[in-house]
Every structure is written in C-alpha cells, then in structure tokens.
Design a protein around this ligand. Structure first.
Ligand code: MG
Length: 241
C-alpha cells in the first residue's frame, strides 16, 4: 500500500508510463481536470451521492483494485440513485449539480489563456452534466466527461456513457491531440489527484494544482498549492511567446 496516496493507489494495478516527451517550447492547449480543479468539489459523483444519502465507497475500492471496470463502476453508482416510485431525471441531476461552485480564480485563469490564444479542454471522469455547464460558463473549447443514459422522458436508465476512463486519462489526451492537431509537447495538463498522472506523462507539462496527495505532487513538473487557479497564470507566462 502506497501511503503517499489518499486512496488505494491505482499504481498498485497500473504501472508508470512516462514517455520521453520534451518540455514545451510554448503552450497551445491546457487540459484541466474538473473535480477539485475547475470546480471546488471532491467529486461530481460524490456530490450526488451526498444529496441522496448514498455511498459508493465499496465500488471505488473494487474499481481501484481492478475488480470492476469503468462501465460497471458508473452503473453501480447510478443504481444507488434510482428509486422505482420516484424516478431520477437528468434535469434533477442538473439541478443538484447546479450548486457546485467554480474554483476561485478559474475565470481569471481561462480569460488569461483565451487572451493569449491558448485553447482549453476539460478531461474529467466526472459527470458531463457538470462539465458542460462549467465549459459554458468559462468558455472552454473541448469537453470530455462521462454521461448517463436516459429514456425518452429524461429518466436515468441505469447505464453509463463512458468517454473518459478514470485510470486511463492518457487515452483521452491522445484523442484530443488528434482532434486539435496540437503536439503533445505543447499541451499542459492540470490535475489534483493521482488519476491525472497519466495526463502528466503524455503532455509536455504536468501541473499539480492543490494536490490531494504526494503521489501526484512528486510526478508533476510544477506544483501550485492552495485553492486559487489564478496562481497558475505565472507558470503559463513562461511558455507564452
Ligand atoms: Mg480531480
């Protein structure tokens, strides 16, 4: 057990995958994790569990130990919210998540990047309902997050829509590289947990923001402590021509 890690470290089931990528000469795209980075919340999934008084601790543990996959993980989470007599709708989830606050300094940080023609993206294993709202409010260019299937009345149907595998965010980085046609070297990734390490390993610059444990702190190229995203701006200033 890796004591540096807040949770059962996923590195116990997944090896490090550091690529020999060069440090950026300039930055053209910044990828942000959502939960704990763009939003001031631990997890969008947990936010909904807290609302319904449910807990997904058991499936988190089984997922991290490799006993269940992402799809099963999402399915189990959703099943805890479903009530036969009072079906949960997508609108209800959006309503619950509408209270999730943006991280302090997030607007300032995104405005700075936009003013310097740097593209922005969210890569989150959290819920797309929240990711799309955050992207709209901040003006973010690309959004990758996970969804929940609904029926024709907007009621959640028990299955997930998997876009981002929590332990394999580098897969999403690769999709983003293709879509944006920006070299990985010129991409910075900002994250707060060890699930963001695979992004650090595939991008030119990895920034740990308000990191939740030493596991992510040690792998990052830069560490920014505290809950204020505008503190990252001086890091970007070094890579903007
Ligand atoms: Mg996070």
């Amino acid at each position: 057990m890796n004591q540096k890690c807040k949770y059962y470290c996923y590195r116990n089931t997944r090896k490090a995958n550091k690529t020999d990528i060069l440090r950026p000469d300039k930055i053209e795209l910044v990828i942000f994790d959502m939960d704990g980075v763009l939003t001031d919340t631990i997890s969008s999934w947990k936010y909904i569990h807290d609302y319904f008084g449910s807990s997904n601790e058991r499936s988190v543990d089984e997922y991290l130990k490799g006993k269940i996959d992402d799809m099963e993980f999402i399915k189990r989470d959703v099943s805890l919210w479903q009530k036969d007599d009072n079906p949960v709708t997508r609108d209800k989830l959006a309503d619950i998540l509408s209270d999730v606050p943006l991280m302090k300094g997030s607007e300032k940080c995104i405005v700075f990047l936009k003013n310097h023609d740097v593209k922005t993206a969210i890569v989150s294993a959290g819920l797309d309902i929240l990711a799309n709202r955050v992207a709209d409010e901040l003006g973010i260019d690309y959004v990758f997050a996970n969804g929940i299937k609904t029926d024709n009345k907007g009621r959640i149907a028990g299955e997930g829509l998997l876009n981002v595998r929590l332990m394999y965010k580098e897969e999403t980085v690769r999709r983003l590289v293709k879509q944006s046609e920006i070299s990985p070297r010129r991409i910075a990734a900002v994250g707060n947990s060890c699930f963001d390490i695979p992004m650090f390993e595939t991008c030119g610059l990895g920034i740990a923001f308000n990191p939740e444990d030493d596991c992510v702190r040690e792998v990052a190229d830069v560490v920014v402590e505290g809950k204020d995203l505008s503190r990252i701006i001086p890091v970007f200033e070094q890579f903007i021509n």
